[in-house]
Design a protein around this ligand. Sequence first.
Ligand code: GLC
Length: 797
Amino acid sequence: MHHRHTSFIDLGRLVSDDPSVHDQDFRFTGADVRWFFSPLGYLGLSAALAGAGERRSWALTSDDRGTVASDAGLPAPIVNAPESFSRDTTRVFSAANSGVSPVENPEDDSRGVQAVRIQGRRFTTPLGDLELARSRDGFWFSLKLPRDAAVYGLGEKTGGLDKRGRTWVMWNSDDPEHMPGTDPLYQSIPVAYLVTPEKTVTLFVDSPATIYIDVGEADPDRIQFEVYDERFELYWAEDDSLPAAVERYTRLTGRTPLPPEWALGFQQCRYSYFPATRVREVAERMRAAEIPCDVLYLDIHYMDGYRVFTWDAERFPDPKDLTQVLRRDGFRLVTILDPGVKRDPSYPVYAQGLAGDRFLKQADGTVYTGRVWPGEAVFPDFFTGVDRQWWAEHHRALFDAGVAGIWNDMNEPADFSGDELNRRDFTVPDSLISKNDGTPRPIGVLHNAYASGMNEATRAAFTRFRPEERGFILTRAGYAGIQRHAAVWTGDNYSWWEHLALLVPMLANLGLSGVAFAGGDAGGFQQNADGELYVRWIAAASLMPFFRSHSALDSSDHEPWSFGEEVLSIARRSIGLRYRLLPYLYTLFEEASRTGAPVLRPLVWEYPDDPRVRNRSDSFLLGSALLVAPIRERGVQERSVYLPAGRWYDFHTGAAIDSPAAGSAHLAAAPLDTLPLYLRGGSILPFESLRQHTGEAGDGVLRLLVAPDTAGSARGTVYADAGEGFAYRDGEYLRLDARLDPTGIIELVVVNGTDHIRWRELELIRVVPHEEGVLAIAPTVRRELPRTTGERITLEL
Ligand code: GLC
């Protein structure tokens, strides 16, 4: 009998489908050890050590398949063959064959080989101390958690940067009333990085079922996992640093593709803008108020009775005209979509879906009906390829109207017919059955990947209808690898200072968990922001990767002009700063697409040896050059900002601050119009003239702000391309490296050149104290922008 390994099947979709991935990472160059046992069902573990020069990688595979022929030879590597990674596996051995191969690894001298207890049996693993047991609903296992290890990752979680001391749950949940400590929320990304000064151990449990992760709560020396399924994989890897670990993890699960430049602009949303004339009003007001903005959203009221892929004919009589008018003024329109399809026999999406067997069913074979915005609703089976394709086709109704991006909401999936008090049940019943591409499984063990399937379908829709565009998708729920398809927003926060503060550790860990393109509703979604909260939030969010303002149906308006003149003019400056820094932000997104490095980084990313930043999330780094210290409390006019060792420049005055080797706290002035912001000595920061939207040409000048370190050196890089489309993949992009040496000579190297960029000139500016702020300093050098591959220029600065 040939069973398929479901979590493997899901993995094929959820995790990178690039075959080269498997050759480069998690490579098992010699299958040095394996051991197998059968406590109740059958479980096989196979472990191996990577070859010389590589760190060790290891995977655990389980399957409830029963006896499988034993393999006298070495088992095939688990993950370096795409089909074994994503499809069937034969690495399950009968208990009769169980036994432990000796570990032979000359590199394995530090920790040695320790025994493992598996329900009374002892096994030896290259990991050392692993305990594993069958639990009621799946498997439990635990590993040693070094006392000095900080634990990062786990995706979208409340709490601090370091996830120690609590048990976290992986179970995508719609919690519209979530508190600053609520767990779980919308996303489940079961990756944990155990970071000590010596190394980073990555643990990735690939299962979309419920997973409890006890990070040193019950026992401070253990990290414990309970997976509510019999089938899952555990990936283990050891790296020298957190960046190396994130690079590896994102090589496995995929990276955030380079977004269109417009998606990095300011985005304005509301539940809901309607009718069409209201949307145009908001657009006109943005331009009149000189608030740079690229995107407006339509929330659920644009649909005909909340029927997905339809338009309300009265509110939006001519959607195509609307998108065209908006587009002429530099706005893109993004529309919301929910998975719930209204149960209405006269509605074609429902009728066709029913006829085509597209919806999740109950065990008795009848289609399940839940309740969402449209009332009674049914849920597409996003685990099945033909159903995803079917869903993708329906996007024609939106793309034909000129919609530029898709906002996938409620995709945990939320189901109001569940038990509202018990949020775990605020979704479809676990017992529903997915066809799961031919291997039916209960939805309960696939749950966390429901949104991934929906977003994959949306990606397919872009490929189908907008093949020339990079596409923009925003999602609420997701699982490991979601970054390949969509940007993530953190759901229904409140207009609370606590939720503004929470965003920093939450986005930092999302970034480490592979999701570089993320943000929270600026100004807060639920309840009403006041001008002070709004303006502080906008200042912080304008330097976060995804930047969108939103507010709930019954909340007051959260537009930049909603709080009076003073707030409007401060918001204008904050948003304007983001636009001036777009060359930098875009460069960071290109880096994320290539290496997985987050755009928003916790300080520990850059300063791993500084014990004062290991759990610090009162500030963050945008890339490596900017330190952002948001104001997160009412009434505050100054705050302490921790500056790690080295030179920093106050971004608003250019004043240099030298922080000693041990780092230092600095008291920053923060009147309402000032976000404490620091430029790191040693960096070269690209920026440009202010534009009102990314479709504007600007003044054609790329500017480089050169901020020397204490030794007088600095370096930086700029990546730029057409901002949309795929010509960059054929070499149509600019990569310019700049390096200042202590003698004051700056060298520019065009690593790759193109003419398809908006700048013709280059200005070099050396940072000096200036009361108007560092971006106002007069240029030191202005010349034609070098843009021919290989061009190399040296100048005196
Ligand atoms: C959900 C979303 C929110 C949206 C609302 C109405 O609560 O999280 O962003 O505005 O649904 O569609």
